[in-house]
Write a protein that binds this ligand. Structure first.
Ligand SMILES: [Zn+2]
Ligand SMILES: [Zn+2]
Length: 376
């Protein structure tokens, strides 16, 4: 009898373990690979997501699981304050999505930011406020009161999907007011699958922080994130992976957007990513006056380069995590050969790529003087 009961005990405890094992253990995390730059850590962030607490279809913890699986470091759940179509089933509680998701985020090492979406007709449109202590004070009628309440909590606020309604798009007086009061510090150049070239120009001219997010409402169907298929996201260059460091970086505008096969951002950050992600090796001069070298790309984005200078093939594409051999005739020279290109998919401005230069050291000819002496 004793043997039987012990056997039963083992079976029961195994069952408990099986039931307690989260489905997540069967999943894997796909790391996103972009280099750290300028002494900062490159954090992969989706700061605009929704749950059943507003108009989306998933529970808050599911957003955390998706983010972990897809290699993100940071998310914010930003449910609408003013729009809750499920309120008959799920009572209005603006802070609950964050509170529900936080233990899951902590256990998986995802940095979770408390946020919300301020939702007004266009214009002015929709805005996200994050780094809030309490969402409730933002539930006010007047937009400027709402913004002031967010600002009082030290929020970082940006304008969402400005071109969402094409026949109502544009920069209106209310946007100037929000900008001059320093409430609005960022802007979504990318929202989901949409990129807005005119907003890209505003971000450059007005020194607004470049934001790119999913604004995801459905469950994420990505089993894994790959360079070919990934969510739109903001790369934030922060001193460390903490909320204060992230906020400092967003306030300072240190971001770049990863959208499809493109990076969109200020030229200085695009250049730093290019420099950190690429390497020129195996430089070799041939007898016929050609130089050959390998160009390596260690990032999750391809390099789609068009020649602007004298040397090199007209087009060069280096896929993510690949090496491309480049060979070109060059004149003999005592200085470096400048292979000048524009990286088309590193968007430094609307319709404009990033100008780069690969400097290839000249061939070194060693002349050895041999002194001969005649011994008598
Ligand atoms: Zn919105
Ligand atoms: Zn939204």
């Amino acid at each position: 009898m004793r043997y039987v009961s012990r056997f039963r005990l083992i079976r029961v405890s195994m069952l408990v373990i099986v039931l307690a094992t989260p489905a997540l253990l069967a999943q894997t995390r796909q790391e996103i690979q972009f280099p750290d730059i300028m002494g900062y850590r490159t954090l992969k962030c989706d700061l605009h997501t929704h749950t059943v607490f507003s108009d989306a279809a998933v529970w808050p913890t599911v957003r955390v699981d998706e983010a972990w699986r897809e290699g993100l470091d940071v998310i914010s759940i930003t449910d609408h304050i003013e729009y809750q179509p499920h309120r008959g089933d799920i009572p209005t509680n603006h802070n609950r999505p964050y509170e529900i998701a936080l233990p899951r985020a902590k256990s998986l090492g995802i940095l979770l930011i408390r946020g919300t979406e301020i939702t007004r007709d266009t214009p002015p449109g929709h805005f996200n406020a994050i780094f809030l202590d309490d969402v409730v004070p933002l539930d006010t009628k007047e937009l400027l009161d709402c913004m002031a309440a967010a600002d009082k909590q030290g929020a970082f606020i940006w304008w969402n999907h400005p071109d969402w309604i094409p026949d109502k798009k544009g920069w209106f007086d209310i946007h100037t007011t929000l900008y001059e009061k320093k409430y609005m510090r960022g802007i979504e150049v990318v929202n989901g699958d949409d990129y807005y070239p005119d907003v890209h120009r505003w971000a450059l001219d007005k020194n607004l922080t470049f934001m790119g997010n999913t604004d995801i409402h459905s469950p994420s169907m990505l089993e894994k994130s790959t360079p070919d298929r990934h969510r739109s996201m903001t790369l934030v260059f922060a001193r460390e992976k903490t909320l204060p460091a992230l906020k400092e970086a967003l306030m300072a505008g240190r971001t770049t957007v990863w959208y499809q096969n493109q990076l969109i951002g200020r030229p200085e950050y695009l250049r730093a990513i290019f420099d950190a992600a690429t390497d020129v090796t195996d430089i070799d001069y041939t007898q016929d006056g050609s130089v050959r070298f390998a160009l390596r790309n260690d990032a999750d984005v391809p390099l789609e380069m068009e020649r602007t200078g004298r040397f090199g093939p007209k087009s060069v594409t280096v896929p993510p995590h690949a090496v491309r051999l480049i060979q070109a005739k060059v004149p003999s020279s005592e200085t470096a050969h400048r292979f000048e290109y524009v990286v088309d998919n590193f968007r430094a401005a609307p319709g404009q790529g990033l100008a780069v230069c690969l400097e290839i050291p000249p061939q070194i000819t060693i002349e050895i003087e041999v002194e001969t002496q005649t011994v008598n």
